[in-house]
Write a protein that binds this ligand. Structure first.
Ligand code: GLY
Length: 425
């Protein structure tokens, strides 16, 4: 089989790494990929937004399956475009991808499906939203309806901050059209867990639970980021709870979409809060998580390509559910100092090739300068991942990997998975 993978982050490097392990795959192309994906296939310098050239690549290289990493091309209709051309893609259509690209629509689906989620109200005009927040208990969750590159959710801890955020989103339009509608939501308290499933539109196979870390600094301080660390599995999500999450959240969502005439094929990601009253959905995403994918795939024993191909074209009940190796995985994201604010790029990276086994380094914000030297080119530079028999072993090995990589101004959290070590896992 010939596979085209779209995207350029550490999530896509992890996908390329796992796709390459499939005995079905003869050739892998990555558009655009990054220096980490170079040894795994052929990087082609085409951005995920250029559907015309991506279709051309798929035709020229006789691609059997395309896998899409990021949400933006899914929300912009890449699956519809490829399907019109008779090409097979593992991912939801533009309409189905609204589960992520419209928070308001996702709420409608959840409410209609009876899926547990935070109480929420939608607002299209600033004045009514401003009036509403004045009476809401703190903190207040303010969400822009549309995609906003990780900047669309704000947790306001004072009514003044809530009003300022609403003004920025709805009057100053700092997020553009993404905040034409905003949602005001009750704040949920509990552990945040990511549950990612692969679905053919009828059946959904959940993958292992994982936790990511969104705040930039230790002890969940500092600004929100795209994700700076993760671990998998999550001890508090035992098999019984996974069954409950599948029965009360994942399956009803897929069933409801089908009821609306939408066959959702591909990856469905549920961001949950484990509240004292049970799991509640905070958000749905229409793709794999980043950095969750980097800790999920090293534990997956099954053939990812078979799972994604079957989800895209067939019936998942004809193949076995995903099988897993025992143990845990921990991933630490090394970032450019200053991220998620401004940071330097073009800084030389040392030591990646010296990282000891069993650590795997997934590249994100790296590139090669004119003489081939590996340099930084983004905020999240690499995810350093290790698998171990316990979370403690995986954590120690991941941080040993981190210690062998260096670049000027490098930053990383030192407490990834620490909460699990503290309870003796
Ligand atoms: N880790 C959060 C996300 O992928 O959206």
């Amino acid at each position: 089989m010939r596979v085209l993978l779209i995207g350029e982050g550490a999530r896509e490097h992890a996908l390329a790494w796992k796709i390459r392990q499939s005995p079905k795959v003869e050739e892998l192309f990555i558009a655009p990929g990054n220096p980490g994906t170079e040894p795994l296939g052929t990087n082609i310098d085409v951005p995920p937004s250029d559907f015309g050239r991506l279709v051309q690549i798929a035709r020229t290289h006789e691609i059997d399956l395309t896998v899409v990493g990021p949400e933006a091309p899914l929300a912009a209709g890449i699956v519809d475009r490829f399907n019109q051309e008779g090409l097979i893609v593992a991912g939801p259509t533009q309409e189905a991808a609204r589960i992520e690209s419209s928070k308001s629509w996702a709420k409608t689906i959840m409410n209609a499906a009876g899926v547990p989620t935070a109480r929420a109200e939608r607002y299209r005009d600033y004045e009514s939203a401003r009036q509403a927040v004045i009476d809401m208990p703190l903190p207040i969750v303010i969400k822009a309806d549309g995609l906003a590159a990780g900047k669309g959710v704000v947790i306001a801890h004072s009514h003044e901050d809530a009003v300022t955020t609403l003004h920025q989103m709805m009057v100053e339009r700092t997020l553009g059209d993404a905040a034409r509608e905003v949602i005001l939501e009750d704040y949920l308290v509990g552990l945040e867990v990511s549950i990612i499933g692969i679905t053919d539109g009828t059946t959904i196979y959940p993958l292992l639970p994982s936790c990511d870390y969104k705040r930039a600094f230790d002890r969940d301080a500092g600004p929100n980021t795209g994700g700076v660390g993760a671990y998998c599995p999550v001890p508090s999500v035992d098999p019984e709870l996974m069954v409950e999450i599948t029965r009360t959240i994942l399956q009803p969502t897929i069933d409801r979409l089908q009821h609306e005439g939408i066959v959702y094929r591909g990856v469905l990601y549920a961001g949950l809060i484990l509240t004292p009253d049970g799991p509640r959905v905070m958000e749905f995403n229409c793709r794999f998580g980043d950095p969750e994918t980097q800790v999920l795939l090293p534990l997956l024993d099954s053939d990812l390509v078979e799972l994604l191909q079957t989800a895209a074209t067939g019936d998942l009940t004809t193949i076995e559910p995903p099988a897993w190796r025992s143990g845990s995985a921990v991933g630490v994201v090394m970032t450019s100092g200053g991220y998620p604010g401004s940071y330097r790029t073009g800084v030389q990276i040392h030591g990646i090739d010296d990282v000891p086994e069993p650590v795997v380094v997934f590249h994100a914000g790296t590139s090669r300068d004119s003489d081939g030297t590996l340099v930084t080119s983004g905020g999240r530079v690499v995810t350093v991942v290790a698998v171990g028999d316990s979370i403690g072993d995986a954590c120690d090995a991941a941080y040993q990997g981190v210690a062998s990589i260096s670049f000027s101004d490098a930053h990383y959290r030192t407490d990834i998975a620490a909460r699990e070590l503290a309870v003796g896992s």
